[in-house]
Design a protein around this ligand. Structure first.
Ligand code: SF4
Ligand code: SF4
Length: 417
């Protein structure tokens, strides 16, 4: 019989010796100073359920939903307890027991499983934003107002529609890749996705674009494994990745989750093997752009930049040097390191909506660090982080552009303008 999600993390939880060293690195604990928000607190909560001392009920919703799944606690911990997996298991169990955590997944499911519906929602939200949604939404409460404020300004058509006229093949092809289009790049930041495709083609890659589904991560973090797995199977059917050399994405969250498809579908008789093959071909954009090979001539781009490490790039994939080396390779670009560059920005997918007050305090700390660098641009490699960081920069009134790494490269390709 299959073990329950909590049984699967029993051994992990038992490794925690309750030393508390992880607390210094936890962005949430540093705000709340509550034991229940820390990694040690989460392990104690799950252990108490496993040992029958605590009920799996709505009381657990608050502490479990406070975790960013950022993994900042893991390197601090001698036992390397995988707190993100423990918290995810707690959320799955809570969702399976009909806890409050179900509300968000049912909304998300409806949108993410149906790309057309997603397109319509984004178009409607864009229209409402133009018409002053933020003020109207404020009447409906803090979370609705925050959702409206966070949205970037109108960006025109989704990337899927924009690329129809683009040439996606270089004169001398080096290899063939699929561009996995994250929801952020498609619907909210299509300029980012377009820059990524242009940079890939410039490097010699034939780029195939498939109308893929969401990778599934937003559902996984909410405890909805069933829909996360359905989305993964849907992508395996659509991508037909056997024909290409790599599946590339400019979203660190997507690349990390695609690499995890092998474990997500490990017990799936029909899709398990294909999931492992796809996971082996998945590449973050910073990985493929770091590969040796013919390089384009880049123009001088006089720009001082600071780099924010997305948690899903630095801690989930170990990609810290790659983006920095790419930035340093652009003539004229000066990289000014910020303090706590790998401290979570507080965006964490839907966290900014589910935990608006905590997300804001964590974002404030990040923006303080950005401001101290004096950099002209804040660069990262995850559209989800970009949206949250851009909101923080706007709110603070900083004269800083928030850019994806591929947008900086594209500026240098286009003559440094
Ligand atoms: S994963 Fe991040 S937010 Fe969660 S307990 Fe660890 S450090 Fe704190
Ligand atoms: S998670 Fe690790 S660092 Fe934190 S209390 Fe447990 S053993 Fe100590």
């Amino acid at each position: 019989m299959a073990l329950s999600p909590l049984e699967l993390v029993r051994e992990e939880v038992s490794k925690c010796n309750r030393c508390g060293i992880c607390q210094t690195a936890c962005p949430v604990y540093q705000v709340t100073r509550r034991e229940s928000s820390s990694a040690r607190g989460h392990h104690y909560q799950i252990r108490s359920i496993l040992e029958g001392r605590l009920e799996l009920d709505d009381e657990l919703h608050r502490p479990l939903s406070e975790c960013l799944l950022c993994r900042a606690c893991v390197p601090q911990c001698f036992a390397k307890v995988q707190t993100d997996q423990v918290v995810a298991a707690g959320r799955q169990s809570l969702a399976a027991h009909g806890g409050r955590i179900r509300v968000l997944p049912s909304l998300l499911r409806g949108i993410l499983m149906n790309p057309r519906r997603m397109s319509r929602y984004v178009a409607l939200l864009t229209l409402m934003k133009k018409a002053g949604l933020s003020r109207i939404a404020g009447l409906a409460g803090n979370r609705a107002a925050r959702a409206a404020e966070l949205l970037p300004g109108p960006k025109g058509k989704p990337l899927q529609e924009r690329i129809e006229g683009l040439s996606l093949a270089p004169a001398r092809p080096l290899a063939r890749v699929i561009y996995f289009m994250g929801c952020g790049s498609n619907y909210l930041l299509p300029d980012t996705g377009e820059a990524t495709i242009r940079v890939l083609v410039g490097r010699g890659y034939v780029v195939e674009v498939v109308r893929n589904y969401c990778c599934g991560l937003p559902l996984y973090v909410q405890g909805d494994m069933v829909t996360a797995r359905r989305l993964a199977r849907g992508n395996l059917r659509l991508l037909k990745h056997e024909r290409v050399d790599a599946v590339v994405t400019d979203c660190a969250s997507c690349s990390s989750f695609l690499k995890g498809y092998s474990s997500l579908l490990a017990d799936d008789r029909k899709f398990g093997e294909a999931a492992s093959r796809l996971a082996a071909k998945a590449l973050d954009i910073t990985e493929i752009l770091s590969r040796p090979g013919p390089q384009e001539t880049l123009s001088e781009l006089p720009l001082s930049v600071t780099y924010h490490d997305p948690c899903h790039a630095s801690r989930y994939q170990g990609l810290r040097e790659e983006p920095r080396a790419i930035l340093r390779s652009i003539p004229g670009v000066t990289l000014v390191e910020m303090e706590e560059a790998d401290w979570c920005c507080g965006g964490a997918g839907a966290y900014s909506f589910t935990q608006p007050d905590l997300a804001q305090k964590i974002l404030d700390r990040k923006i303080d660090n950005v401001a101290r660098t004096g950099a002209q641009a804040l660069v990262t490699s995850c559209p989800s982080c970009m949206i949250h960081l851009a909101y923080g920069v706007r709110r603070r009134g900083l004269p800083v552009r928030v850019l994806h790494l591929t947008q900086v490269l594209e500026m240098a390709r286009q003559g440094g303008s």
